[in-house]
Ligand binder design. Structure first.
Ligand code: ACO
Length: 355
């Protein structure tokens, strides 16, 4: 029986730095509010018309593949996690395959839509394929190009200031080294509050879930028997093609679910928070990470945060932060690494890895 190890990791952050002061110029917000509530000082935005979720994912993947010491043609399965895909369909999995030039091997490509917990979900899926011996080199990518789909008017300020663009990737391989690799993964979800952190248009809902929304909304549907549901002029005119979030609810649920799912992983493996050498939380908000850190009794050197520089890059935050921690020498051979995420759905999960 194999375990699954992270054989290579890569990240990509676009060059353009957008500070809180830059956002002050386009909407009614301010640096003090953003830093105090989220910890974010700046974020990166991809280059319009040149960079996409796929291209950024490909750059991170190339680095991960090189560091894993394999040829890109050896990738036998691709998992792509994003909430900001290049196309509604097909997904970024096949696009990144084309971008990397590895279509000849016909590796399978799977797109997963688990938003902030996409990377942890992807890691667990990859783990099932690798430890059973089905695949030898699974490429898992988390990438986001949020900047193309945010509301840059004051109406969208509670969401827009949080997010940034970027990508991270890992190559997962089997290992027979005793005690090494992914020790356990735990995945959960609860759709009760699906609309509380959501991007509902364009979509096929046609108002069906209206009772789940805070207040009845007019989406401008016509009386036509077919069509006119997915996207229409009314949605464009009324700012209904942007993400929405009930911030206080997300905060409340996140600070409850993060510790729960981490403790679940620790209990499963007979470990305690004191055994964690490095905790890499999904970078949702520095206040959420600090709360979880305190709850678990972790010291600053046991936690890696970089939301201050990159904002929330959703499916990409964990691999970007983990790559950074490794590059800084903060994760060493034999260390216990804990990953955890919570986000839209709601979905949440954790993973423990012996490095
Ligand atoms: N700049 C200035 N003022 C703002 C901004 C902004 N960018 N956004 C909102 N405000 C205002 C609101 O309009 C409101 O004003 P009012 O009191 O006059 O009505 C006031 O600030 C307070 O708004 P709240 O939403 O209640 O602010 P809160 O203290 O809850 O902080 C925040 C908002 C930071 C979003 C918080 O709720 C939070 O951290 N929630 C967690 C959400 C999160 O992390 N999401 C990340 C994505 S999901 C994930 O990755 C888990």
């Amino acid at each position: 029986m194999f375990s699954t190890k992270i054989a290579g990791i890569g990240s990509y952050l676009p060059e353009k730095v957008v500070t809180n002061q830059d956002l002050e110029k386009v909407m009614d917000t301010n640096d003090e509010w953003i830093q105090e509530r989220t910890g974010i000082r700046e974020r990166r935005y991809g280059k319009k018309h040149e960079e996409t979720t796929t291209t950024m994912g490909a750059r991170a993947a190339e680095m991960a593949i090189e560091r894993a010491g394999i040829k890109k043609e050896e990738v036998d399965f691709i998992i792509f996690a994003t909430l900001s895909p290049d196309y509604y369909f097909p997904g970024c999995g096949v696009l990144v395959q084309r971008e990397l030039g590895i279509t000849t091997g016909e590796a399978g490509a799977l797109d997963i839509r688990n938003q902030c917990s996409g990377f942890v979900y992807g890691l667990s899926i990859a783990d099932q394929f690798v430890k059973t011996g089905m695949y030898k080199n699974v490429l898992l990518i988390g990438a986001e190009m949020h900047s193309m789909g945010l509301d840059f008017s004051t109406r969208g300020r509670n969401v827009t200031v949080l997010f940034g663009d970027g990508a991270g990737a890992v190559v997962l391989q089997p290992t027979t080294e005793p005690g090494k690799g992914i020790l356990t993964t735990h995945l959960h979800s609860d759709g009760t509050f699906a609309e509380k952190l959501a991007f509902i248009n364009p979509g096929s809902h046609g108002g069906y879930h209206m009772g789940r929304m805070d207040e009845p909304m007019d989406f401008g549907y016509s009386d036509a028997e077919y069509g006119d549901i997915f996207v229409n002029q009314h949605m464009l005119d009324n700012g209904q093609l942007f993400p929405n979030m009930d911030g206080p609810l997300v905060f409340k649920m996140a600070v409850q679910k993060f510790p729960e799912v981490i403790m679940e992983a620790l209990q499963k493996t007979g470990l305690t928070p004191a055994d964690i050498d490095m905790f890499v939380p999904h970078q949702a908000n520095l206040r959420i990470s600090s709360f979880v850190q305190k709850k678990l009794g972790l010291a600053d050197h046991q936690v890696w945060n970089n939301i201050q520089k990159y904002g929330n890059t959703t499916a990409a935050t964990i691999p970007i932060a983990l790559a950074e921690a490794l590059e800084a020498g903060a994760v060493k051979d034999g260390d216990l690494v804990c990953l955890a995420a919570f986000g839209s759905g709601f979905t949440w999960g954790s993973a423990l890895i012996r490095w």
